[in-house]
Design a protein around this ligand. Sequence first.
Ligand code: SAM
Ligand code: DTB
Ligand code: SF4
Length: 321
Amino acid sequence: MNVAANDIRHDWELDEVRAVYDMPLLDLVYRAATVHRRYHDPRKVQRCSLLSIKTGGCPEDCSYCPQSARFETPVDREPLMAVETVLAAARRARDAGATRFCMGAAWRSAKSGRPFEQVLQMVRGVRDLQMEACVTLGMLTDEQARALAEAGLTAYNHNLDTSEEFYSEVITTRTYKDRLETLQRVRSAGVSVCCGGIVGMGEAAVDRCSMLLTLAGFDPHPESVPVNLLVRVPGTPLHAEEPPAVEPLELVRTVATARILMPKSRVRLSAGRESLTAEAQGLCFMAGANSIFFGDKLLTTPNPDIGSDETLLGSLGLTSA
Ligand code: SAM
Ligand code: DTB
Ligand code: SF4
């Protein structure tokens, strides 16, 4: 096993990534754990809290998403939240042990004018609480990226979600290129990049590998790589189509491959933990996941409550980053 020489690479080839992904599972987890322990304290897991600051009514057609205006889902539209309400939630999250506060808006692209000014105030307020601040607002202009950087934004979340090849099966209202351009703007503005995807949308293993290859080709690698397991919400096309339930072990393979390709990045075990056993999550942490969403709600769907996560992390001997 050659993990020592040149771990940080940006020139992976698809067949190499596929060979990693397809390794015998325990060899894969062992290799990922070895890389993980070289670059991170394996006992530490970052706790991020998520809040939907503007919910529903999104014009995009992402077929996994309960917030698209095109689908009849249980999610009601809500306008942009008041700055004080958001900061009160951030304070509660901090007091419960979260170190990063992530704010999501169901926008195709970030709004200009007053709503954007409000988001900047939220970012400043979260930073004043000594927390890391992350937002996900859809596509950005260069000016917006710069303004977010000036407000002190730690990271911008903008996911590739899947491979370029599979993308149009999932989303038709924007292109992979649009996504890559926003990511470049975020990077140029000096903000950390949070970029990952979703497992379980009916994609093949090669699509997971292809997405990870694209992420590993970024130089530098994204600082955070969220790996979401699809949360199937009634009314979304992916719920109706019932893609085969993904083996939790495919999620473990995805996490492990992400860790091997991007040794220094934080790999976040993101949406979908409600449907995973403690053992499956434990294997993901072993394979290099070192961040979670903490708190009983993701954006619009449930997440394990804080008490059960404290128990889980405690039983695995994991502490806060
Ligand atoms: N509208 C912005 C955008 O699309 O970039 C920001 C919010 S969007 C909800 C953020 C991410 O949440 C998506 O890119 C997707 O990866 C994830 N997501 C949304 N719905 C999901 C679901 N049902 N299951 C898993 N992940 C989901
Ligand atoms: C990410 O990769 N996952 C988060 C965050 N980035 C914004 C969102 C998960 C959303 C899950 C579905 C929902 O709660 O609406
Ligand atoms: Fe809109 Fe983002 Fe949901 Fe797509 S993922 S429908 S862009 S909120």
